[in-house]
Design a protein around this ligand. Structure first.
Ligand code: ASP
Length: 340
């Protein structure tokens, strides 16, 4: 009687550990439920300024991007592959300020930045100021995996990408009329206000990012951007800076940011989310919420972030009017633009 009670209690305990930490696979090893979260930038995105057709188009592309990453994760693929392929899809869409559709610099060029981090090894790679690499996230991953460095910029980064046989395009590939018009508006605003720093006249950032948790429990995060309209002097934002725009650590979380990059660099935002979880025991939602809606907001830093923890809990805080965002878990799909 006593023995069977002990066996029963042991079975209950085993069952509980399986449901809280993961699922028992046929092979006997546990697997983590996958999760994927994406953003397509934050800013003054309002219903009033959006046509129903545009809204549908954004939701469609965000859903398609989630499909790409979710398929990889569902089939047991690696979080790094999910992040890279999902971001490549968003980079190829002219809707977002990354890859095709990137914003213009003061000189009328497109200079692209991206980074990626592997939460299992804490390895990272980034590339900045790219003008001919079709998918900057691929260059970032190659820096991580094929070079002894973390961050390459400009001509050297492009030479490295070419050596790695990463697709290049002519700079005109990145042209979109909408971004060109935004540059003209920014320059007009700058002339009206002498000495103004490069800003985003549309207050819409549009960077893309993805964080994934695969069934092995590995977290990866990546971010890709054209930066900010009217930027100059080879300005780099937070997107290619590990710890600012991107961070991943299997022990805590993965993070990708979007917003006014200078603030995200100074407040080391992506790493700060992880640090709050590691040192203070905060949940991913508490950490993300505090940093975006208190620290950054009080400092005047507009933007948001996406994050997930090792159990697949998701946070998508932002302090702007809207943020293109969404996530996918087994049997669960959310895609949103506005606050509600
Ligand atoms: N964070 C980016 C930057 O400052 C801009 C964005 O999120 O769209 O370069």
């Amino acid at each position: 009687m006593k023995n069977s009670l002990i066996i029963l209690l042991a079975m209950v305990a085993l069952l509980q550990s399986c449901t809280s930490e993961g699922n028992e696979t046929a092979a006997g090893s546990t697997s983590t439920p996958y999760a994927l979260v994406i953003h397509g930038g934050a800013g003054a995105i309002t219903r009033a300024a959006m046509t129903p057709e545009m809204e549908q188009e954004y939701l469609k592309v965000l859903n398609e991007a989630l499909d790409i990453g979710e398929t990889i994760l569902k089939e047991g693929g690696a979080s790094l592959d999910a992040v890279e392929k999902t971001i490549m899809y968003l980079e190829d869409s002219p809707l977002f300020n990354a890859g095709k559709g990137a914003v213009f610099t003061h000189e009328g060029k497109n200079e692209l930045d991206a980074s990626v981090m592997d939460g299992a090894s804490l390895k990272a790679g980034a590339a900045g100021g790219l003008t001919i690499v079709r998918n900057p996230i691929r260059a970032a991953r190659a820096v991580m995996e094929k070079s002894p460095h973390v961050l390459l910029v400009g001509k050297g980064a492009e030479q490295f990408a070419i050596e790695q046989k990463i697709d290049t395009v002519s700079p005109e590939y990145f042209f979109t009329q909408e971004r060109w018009d935004a540059l003209e508006r920014a320059k007009a605003a700058e002339n009206a206000q002498e000495g103004a720093l490069p800003t985003n006249p549309d207050y819409k950032f549009g960077t893309v990012g993805c964080v994934a948790l695969d069934q092995k429990g590995n977290i990866a995060a990546g971010t890709s951007t054209g930066g900010m309209t009217n930027k100059r002097w080879n300005r780099l934002g937070d997107a290619p800076i590990i710890g600012a725009g991107t961070y991943a650590n299997n022990a805590t979380c993965g993070v990708s940011c979007t917003g006014h990059g200078e603030f995200f660099i100074r407040y080391a935002v992506a790493h700060d989310v992880s640090a709050m979880m590691e040192y203070k025991g905060s949940s991913v939602q508490e950490a993300g919420e505090f940093i975006v809606n208190q620290k950054l907001k009080n400092a005047g830093g507009e933007g948001g972030l996406i994050a997930l923890d090792k159990k697949g809990n998701i946070a998508m805080p932002f302090n702007s009017e809207g943020m293109y965002r969404g996530y996918a878990k087994a049997g669960e799909r959310v895609v949103k633009i506005y606050k509600e």
